[in-house]
Design a binder for this molecule. Structure first.
Ligand SMILES: [Zn+2]
Length: 266
């Protein structure tokens, strides 16, 4: 490139920059009403001068293939779904009682969660309370034996095919990880029912759960991927980084691992 051309370009760039600065500065003053509509033009002119050198916004977003499916039952990011099961003999070793209200008073199995998930849940409930949202736990940990009894009861009632659409086969329930919990409002209304969707509690969870490392595990319209219909009350701890990644993309744990759709794997 000839030096004279470079100088001209630099001069134009400098002019555009100073022009846009004037527009932007005047935009700070309230009385210059039309400046709001003028700003996008000015900023696009500025970015146009160094367009080629600005990094692509996609450059840093990882591809789904970048994450190998986590099948370690002791990992907080383990994938458990209709295809990926926990080992038959798996029992979490760090179960505790999270210090949050539940719909029942007893200190029983379904009140327990793994330590890390429990600590995050306490923060989540406290933050909800500050926003005037009073949550309660409905059901958290479920042992393999309990899940087996529960599933068998559903099979006896509705038959295996139908039971599988709303209940997990033993070993395949996230509740067995100690990392998932069903949540409702403190009045217990619509607890673990489709009508929980759209309640202030459900909306709060959808908007804020990721800040505490939780995801809405079975989002609306993702049935074909997760294998479950929409469950706005079932939240799963995966840690803050992955939760925020999934929430910002409106995706699922299956999509994060590139294990999609669950129903066609293996
Ligand atoms: Zn659940």
């Amino acid at each position: 490139m000839k030096p004279s051309t470079t100088w001209k370009k630099r001069l134009i760039a400098a002019l555009l920059l100073s022009l846009s600065l004037v527009v932007l500065l005047s935009g700070c003053r309230k009385e210059s009403a039309p400046s709001t509509s003028g700003e996008p033009t000015a900023s696009s002119a500025v970015s146009g001068t160094d367009g080629a050198s600005s990094p692509s916004p996609d450059a840093q977003s990882p591809s789904p293939e970048a994450h190998e499916v986590d099948t370690d039952p002791t990992s907080v990011t383990v994938l458990v779904n209709k295809q990926y099961a926990l080992p038959d003999n798996y029992n979490p070793e760090d179960l505790v009682y999270p210090d949050v209200p539940f719909l029942f008073k007893e200190k029983i199995e379904k009140r327990m969660m793994r330590k890390e998930a429990a600590a995050a849940l306490e923060k989540l409930f406290a933050a909800a309370k500050e926003d005037g949202i009073y949550l309660a736990g409905v059901s958290a940990y479920r042992s393999h034996a309990t899940q087996t009894a529960l599933f068998n009861r559903y099979v006896a009632k509705d038959g295996e095919e139908k039971a599988k659409t709303y209940s997990a086969v033993p070993g395949h329930s996230e509740h067995e990880t100690g990392l998932a919990i069903d949540v409702s409002g403190s009045d217990g209304k619509f607890a673990a029912e489709p009508s929980f969707a759209g309640t202030p509690e459900a909306e709060w969870l959808a908007a804020h759960a990721a800040d505490y490392g939780y995801i809405i595990r079975y989002p609306e319209g993702k049935d074909a991927i997760t294998g479950y219909t929409y469950e706005p009350w079932h939240i799963r701890y995966v840690g803050e980084a992955i939760a925020k990644d999934i929430a910002s993309k409106g995706s699922t744990l299956e999509e994060y691992y590139g294990a999609v759709p669950a129903s066609s794997q293996q």
